[in-house]
Design a binder for this molecule. Structure first.
Ligand SMILES: CC(C)(COP(=O)(O)OP(=O)(O)OC[C@H]1O[C@@H](n2cnc3c(N)ncnc32)[C@H](O)[C@@H]1OP(=O)(O)O)[C@@H](O)C(=O)NCCC(=O)NCCS
Length: 517
């Protein structure tokens, strides 16, 4: 499968930082010009595997920037658009009729598994390597992304990388952090001050407290749709197609800033058992923090360790290429020019399914069942029997298996590292580690599970439990908040690069039978 441009990114970084110091460009583009970056950066993404057919754009003009470049993520995205579009055009022109794979009846009947059918730029999943974000593995993100306030990257830096395929400078991360926190603060202040104007928090207050937190988050997303600049502009009939992305960008950044505030509200109102922490107030945003730290603080967990956990959580849940249910649903709905609020709400509804994001809640429930039933006897035989009984009862083992991965999920591995650092002696962590030794063999023995190894959800809840976030029905909300970074980055790029409406062809089973008669 395609590897990426990580070596190119690291090669670019010193030059760009150097140039930023010299004040040559605030937005981070080197004076070597966009074309050169494009070719040395993402243009190289597909050098191996079937991706080797990615066009090397012969006709692709390299241009240099000598004029002053305005700062900020949005202007960098804007400056990258022409080259990205001409790269895509060349790809179509040169290779538009080349085949990249075959479709079998099994693929059609097996949930489209393995069918190549989506263009998705922000990340790529390899069955054996795991996820790469613009070419960088999770450990590489942890090492290279600037703007850290502890040891883990902050979501702002990742958002910048996903949108631009460029490792940002410290200055660029800070710029974006200030932008996003400003949006969050303005949103929270407006909603808490103007008592006469109904807002999303009133909508949430009208729901029964026991409404599942994911239903509340998705509802909130829709309730905020009235704020969409894109849909207002579209309705005005004055917006050109080349301008779509600008309003999608504004909506996307607004939504990324608002979601943690809304989620913290849902947590305090609906999830926390202790009456003292229950609250119907709009959370207070601390604009000096990063998105993740502020989310943790708004939920009532201001410790540095919990903020670090939230940063790690954001990073590893942000994106997992385009075919997973939440990313694909957001992408699909967005392709109809539904705005980011409508599109991401669709993604959240998919994330709320137990085979996708809700698995993290299911894992916790199941771990508690194991604890309750085995009462500390975690011998191989006893645990094996429990797992077998789970399968016999017709359930899946939550947190294990994957549609694409064929190894232990790197997102599991880095959470394990985190646990070893901060909570080595935690009882539940030890149970999770014990299960890792036993479950894969039980799943292999079924003879049908393609990937017997743990995925991201097998570990995340245990970390949250340790730091006091005990309410497992909230876990998928945290996943959803984090996933906004990936899904909404791609949504901006999809409109910026003029992707068409998505409309695959379906067949009836009778058509297939007829074909092979
Ligand atoms: C993630 C998941 C949905 C992928 O599904 P998939 O691509 O169809 O996986 P496979 O091709 O390996 O499935 C083949 C069979 O093994 C079963 N299987 C896969 N993972 C399993 C698990 N963890 N426990 C029990 N059975 C499992 C499937 O249900 C399927 O059974 P069937 O043929 O009777 O329908 C699946 O592994 C799963 O249900 N895992 C548990 C839920 C989970 O952790 N989800 C989060 C994913 S990040």
């Amino acid at each position: 499968m395609c590897r990426h441009q990580n070596h190119h990114l690291s090669a670019l970084l010193p030059v760009e930082e150097e140039e930023e110091k010299k004040g040559k460009h605030a937005g981070g583009l080197s004076t070597r010009g966009r074309g050169e970056r494009s070719s040395n950066g993402s243009g190289d993404e597909g050098k191996r595997g079937w991706g080797s057919r990615v066009a090397h754009t012969k006709n692709h003009r390299r241009r240099s920037f000598s004029t002053k470049i305005p700062s900020g993520l949005k202007s960098l995205v804007e400056r990258q658009i022409p080259d990205e579009i001409s790269r895509l055009k060349a790809l179509k022109q040169n290779y538009g009729n080349e085949k990249v794979g075959e479709v079998t009846v099994n693929m059609i009947m097996g949930g489209m598994r393995g069918i190549l059918g989506l263009l998705y730029e922000t990340s790529l999943l390899d069955a054996n390597d795991g996820i790469r974000f613009r070419g960088l593995t999770i450990p590489e993100l942890q090492e290279k992304l600037p703007g850290k306030r502890g040891q883990e990257p902050i979501p702002e830096a990742l958002l910048f990388l996903l949108l631009t395929k460029k490792v940002p400078t410290e200055h660029e991360v800070e710029d974006l952090r200030v932008d996003l926190m400003g949006r969050a603060e303005k949103f929270a202040n407006e909603c808490s001050k103007d008592k006469n104007k109904k807002n999303v928090f009133d909508v949430l207050r009208a729901l029964p407290e026991e409404t599942h937190p994911m239903t509340q988050l998705s509802t909130a997303c829709l309730a905020m749709q009235n704020d969409s600049q894109f849909s207002k502009m579209y309705a005005s009939g004055t917006m050109k197609k080349t301008e779509y992305w600008k309003y999608i960008y504004e909506d996307a950044l607004d939504l990324i800033a608002k979601l943690p505030v809304v989620a913290a509200f849902i947590y305090k109102r609906s999830c926390v058992k202790e009456a003292a922490r229950k609250s119907s107030d709009v959370p207070t945003v601390d604009a000096s923090l990063d998105l993740a730290a502020n989310f943790s603080q708004m939920m009532g967990f201001p410790s540095n360790e919990c903020k670090e956990l939230m940063r790690l959580y954001y990073t590893i849940h942000a994106d997992h290429e385009g075919g997973n249910v939440s990313a694909h649903a957001t992408h699909l709905v967005g392709s109809a020019l539904s705005d980011p609020y409508l599109s991401f709400s669709a993604g959240l509804n998919g994330l709320a399914g137990p085979l996708h994001g809700l698995a993290n809640q299911e894992v916790l429930k199941w771990l508690k069942e194991v604890q309750h039933a085995l009462k500390g006897d975690y011998s191989t035989e006893t645990v094996k029997k429990f797992v077998e009984n789970t399968l016999k009862s017709g359930r899946v083992v939550p947190g294990y298996g994957h549609a694409v991965l064929r190894r232990t999920d790197p997102r599991y591995e880095c959470q394990r590292e985190f646990a070893l650092k901060y909570m080595r002696d935690d009882e539940l962590f030890q149970l999770v580690s014990r299960l890792y030794e036993i479950v894969p063999d039980v799943l292999k023995a079924t003879g049908k599970v393609q990937n017997p190894w743990p995925n991201v959800d097998a570990h995340s809840g245990v970390l949250l439990q340790h730091f006091g976030i005990k309410e497992e029905n909230f876990y998928t909300v945290m996943f959803g908040v984090s996933r906004s970074i990936g899904c909404l980055s791609q949504l901006i790029l999809s409109r910026a690069h003029g992707y068409p409406i998505e409309r695959p062809k379906s067949v009836t089973s009778a058509c297939l039978e007829e074909k092979f008669k």
